[in-house]
Each structure stands twice: as C-alpha cells, then as structure tokens.
Ligand binder design. Structure first.
Ligand code: NBP
Length: 472
C-alpha cells in the first residue's frame, strides 16, 4: 500500500507531525537528509502506526499515492529551497509540496509562483504549538490554492487541535497567506509575553509581592477572562524554585531575552503596510533592550526613583491594564492581517483565524472566542476595539489602566507595552490629533501641501512670501 502523505525533515517538529499523522491511522512516508533520523523514528515509534521509511528522495516519492502530498519540515531558509530543488523534479502535475516550517511569507510567494509554473501546488503552512502541539494537535494555517486545500485539508484537520469538535485548521488564503498569519500569530505572542512580564514586574516592584505570591495571582487570573496558555505557564515558571540555590527560578535566570526573528518580521512587514502594531514593536524592542548588556551597564547609574511599595488596588488594576493592553495588541495584529489581505488579495476571514487559534497554539486563550464572535458578527469590523464586548472591556478598564501607567512612570518601572497600548487607544479615540501641526510643518519646509477641514482640495501657504494660501 502507498502512503497518503509524506514528511521529509524529521527533527523534533517533523518527527512529531509524522507520528501525529500515523496515530490518526494515515500511512506516512518518512524521509530525512541523513537516514539516521528516519531509522530512529521507525525504531522508536514504529508501533504507533504505519510508516514507510525511505532512504532516498526517489524511494520517498515512489511510496506516495497520487496526488502526492509532500510535507517539508526543515530549517527555514536555504534548506527549504534545497529540499524543493531536490523533490520538485521528481513530482508530477497536481502533486503538492507543503512547507510546514517557519518561512517568511515573501519566500512562500516566490516559491509558490515558481512551482505553479511546473504544475505543482505549493502550500506554505503555518504550524503553531511547538513540539508538543505537533504531536498532540497543533493550530494549522495553510495557504496555497483552494484546490490544494481540498486534497490536503481533511488530513490536516484530522491532526489539528479541536475545540468542541471543530478543528484548529482552516484554509487561510492563497500563496503566502498561511505563513503571513503564522508570522502575525508569533508577533502577537511577543506582545502577549511582554505584557505579562510587565504585569509581573509591577506586582514585584510596586506591589512588593514574591514570585510565589505572584504565581498565585496568575493562577487566579487564569480562571477568569485572562485564561490562556501563556498565563498558565507564567504561574508555573514563577512558582518554580531553582534546585541549585533554593531561590525563585526567575531570580537566577539572566534577564536578557532572545528571539528567533518572527517578531521582527511582523514589525518590518507592518512598517511596509503602514499598520501601527506598536504593541508588537515595543515587545521586540524590549527584548532587544534587555539583550544590550554593555549599554545597560553603561546606563545603570542614570538617576531615577527607587520603587517603593504602593498599596491599594494594584493587583486588580494590573489585571485590568493587562487585559486592555492585550486587547489592543490583538486589535493591531488583526488589523495587520486585514491590511495584508487587502494588499495581496488574500480574502482572509479574520474570524476564522481567531477560531483556529483557540487551541493548539501558544496564544490559545479564552478571549479568542470573543474575537471570533466579533468578526462573525461584523466581518468588516474596522477595529476589534469598537466591537461591543471589547469596547466595554477596555472602557471599563481604562481608569485602572491609566493608574498603572502612572504608577509605572512614577516608580521608574519600565512598562512600554502598557504605555504604548494606552497611547494607541487614546490616539484612536482622539477627535483631533496634532497630525494637523505635522502637516503644517511639512508644508512649511517642503511645500508638501495639506488638506483642509472645511473644503476639498490640497493647499499650500506661501511661507516665504506673503503667507497667502494657494491651491497645491
Ligand atoms: P530544525 O529547524 O532544527 O531543522 C532540522 C532539520 O532540517 C533536519 O531534518 C535537517 O536534516 C534538515 N535540514 C537542514 Br538543517 N538543512 C538541510 C538541507 N540543506 N537539506 C535537507 N534537509 C536539511 O528542525 P525543527 O526544530 O524540527 O523545525 C522544523 C521547522 O519547523 C523549522 O522551519 C522551524 O522554524 C519550524 N517550527 C519549529 C517549531 C519548534 O517549536 N521547534 C515550532 C513551529 C515551527 P539533518 O537531520 O540531515 O540535519
């Protein structure tokens, strides 16, 4: 018998994805550049289902039923191109290459266009949830043609995470749409983690609570509207004690956050699209700031207040600030998805994205259900912030949110995520912005012209002359 699907690239992700497929009763062809990993997989997990191990690309391709479905799970970048170059000549019209790695969506667009010319479907697919997700049910975000989804979708939906029986997998849109949405997912993940870290820092420094106490606070929050995987694991990390020193684990970890790049991609792409994803950007910059060891050391003597313990309703206020800032970060991320969808003609359904992120992925959270409902009610929603549920939540949180940002500033505790989210909120709701003055400055030094509030057209003031207004 032939295999319904094949996986090439059997490091942690590929191996677990292949096992997940086999555990669901599919016959899976498996291949890896070096045969050792293939052998290991079959020896260790062969009993879990039917694997067809292949030593060469030719054997692998020959063991697949048609149309062939080849999943590539290798290191994103050059390795992906190398594998495509190796397999494409062996495939026939109508076959599918599925790139399940973390590719940049622009690479996916390029690869899709090239393979289409050869009659092959190229499906750039976002897979979220890390190794555990790949094995037990990830969130899956496939791009590519509708036709390819007909042949591939049922298999992917089968192995995806489920919420009330609904799979966390949906066709996102053509060419690079799947990888784009996965990228924004990761960007939102950066923002979410930064906000949680700021909440911890405020409770620690301004609240005077110990990591163990804060772990309890997070546990409580996890059973409320903030309920999510990231809040849950935060409580676990904060509650952990370092075995070697007996200290709180969080106190022995070097405070320099690393990154693999998808957060930066999100921000770079947002800049190109002109979408203000300030929450994600601050999160990426905050990691960069933390990693700048030498400049931090040089600046350690800069004057500032010494944080002192503030009483009152700090814990409740921080919960409100965290929820409101999180809503802003998601609103910005969804706006970026909608902008790209319009730019590239992807026709992405934002409600479906919220639906498939409800489980399997790192940002899985209770509140995604509200996002799904909001977009199902109004697919053309201008911003999540104007949906009834979110408007009420943010409106109700804003006083506490402002108190938290003020406290952070007064105490000298950096809270860039909370502060930028609040500034975005106030910017959006402003009746008049000082952008009018910026237009005046631009007209002054560069004759860039401006539009008026009271009539159509563009205008310019003869600044160097008699300062009369002319049509621009
Ligand atoms: P890695 O990203 O560590 O890649 C290792 C795999 O790539 C091995 O199978 C290796 O083969 C293969 N490979 C390389 Br490297 N260069 C190759 C080449 N020139 N030709 C053929 N094969 C090559 O594996 P991973 O951590 O399992 O991640 C796989 C993909 O999934 C990546 O794109 C990653 O970004 C993405 N992803 C990872 C996670 C996660 O939590 N780890 C989550 C979501 C997505 P070899 O065995 O012969 O060296």
């Amino acid at each position: 018998a032939k295999a319904q699907i094949g996986v090439t690239g059997l490091a942690v992700m590929g191996r677990n994805l292949a096992r997940n497929l086999a555990r669901h009763g599919h016959t899976v062809a498996v291949h890896n550049r070096s045969y050792g990993r293939t052998k290991e997989l079959v020896e260790e997990f062969g009993h879990e289902g039917t694997f067809l191990p292949a030593e060469t690309a030719e054997q692998f391709v020959a063991s697949l039923e048609r149309p062939r479905r080849v999943v590539i799970m290798v290191k994103a970048g050059k390795a992906t191109d190398a594998v495509i170059d190796e397999f494409a000549p062996l495939l026939e019209e109508g076959d599918m290459i599925v790139d399940a790695g973390n590719a940049h969506f622009a690479d996916t667009r390029r690869r899709e266009a090239a393979l289409k010319e050869r009659g092959l479907h190229f499906v750039g697919t976002g897979v979220s949830g890390g190794e555990e997700g790949a094995l037990h049910g990830p969130a899956i975000m496939p791009g590519g043609s509708k036709e390819s989804y007909e042949a591939l979708g049922p298999l992917l939906e089968d192995i995806a995470a489920k919420v009330d029986g609904e799979p966390c997998c949906a066709h996102v849109g053509p060419d690079g749409a799947g990888h784009f949405v996965k990228m924004v997912h990761n960007g939102i993940e950066y923002a979410d983690m930064q906000l949680i870290a700021e909440a911890y820092d405020l409770l620690r420094q301004a609240g005077g609570h110990s990591p163990a106490e804060i772990a309890e606070v997070f546990r409580g929050w996890n059973s409320g509207r903030l309920g999510s995987y990231l809040i849950e694991i935060t409580a676990e990390v904060l509650g952990h004690t370092d075995a070697a020193t007996g200290q709180a684990f969080v106190d022995v970890v070097l405070d320099q956050a690393q990154q693999k790049g998808t957060g930066s991609w999100t921000v770079q792409t947002a800049l190109d699209l002109g979408v203000p994803v300030s929450g994600i950007a601050e999160a990426v910059f905050a990691r960069a700031l933390s990693g700048g060891a030498s400049v931090r050391e040089a600046a350690a003597g800069l004057p500032g207040p010494t944080p002192s313990v503030v009483g009152g309703s700090l814990v409740e206020d921080v919960e409100q600030a965290l929820f409101a800032s999180k809503i802003v970060a998601y609103a910005q991320g969804f706006q970026q998805i909608q902008a790209a969808s319009a730019e590239y003609g992807w026709d992405i359904d934002p409600g479906a994205m919220a639906r498939i992120w409800r489980d399997g992925c790192i940002i899985r959270a209770k509140f995604l259900e509200h996002i799904r409902v909001a977009y199902d009610k109004a697919p053309e929603l201008q911003s999540l912030l104007v949906d009834d549920y979110f408007l009420e939540a943010v409106g109700g949180a804003q006083e506490a949110w402002r108190r938290v940002v003020v406290t952070a500033a007064q105490q000298g505790i950096p809270a860039p995520g909370f502060a930028t989210a609040l500034a975005y909120y106030d910017g959006l709701r402003a009746k008049r912005l000082p952008a009018a003055l910026i237009q005046g400055q631009r007209d002054f030094f560069g004759a860039h012209t401006y539009r008026r509030t009271d009539r159509e057209g563009s205008f310019h003031v003869l600044w160097a002359g008699d300062r009369s207004e002319v049509e621009g």
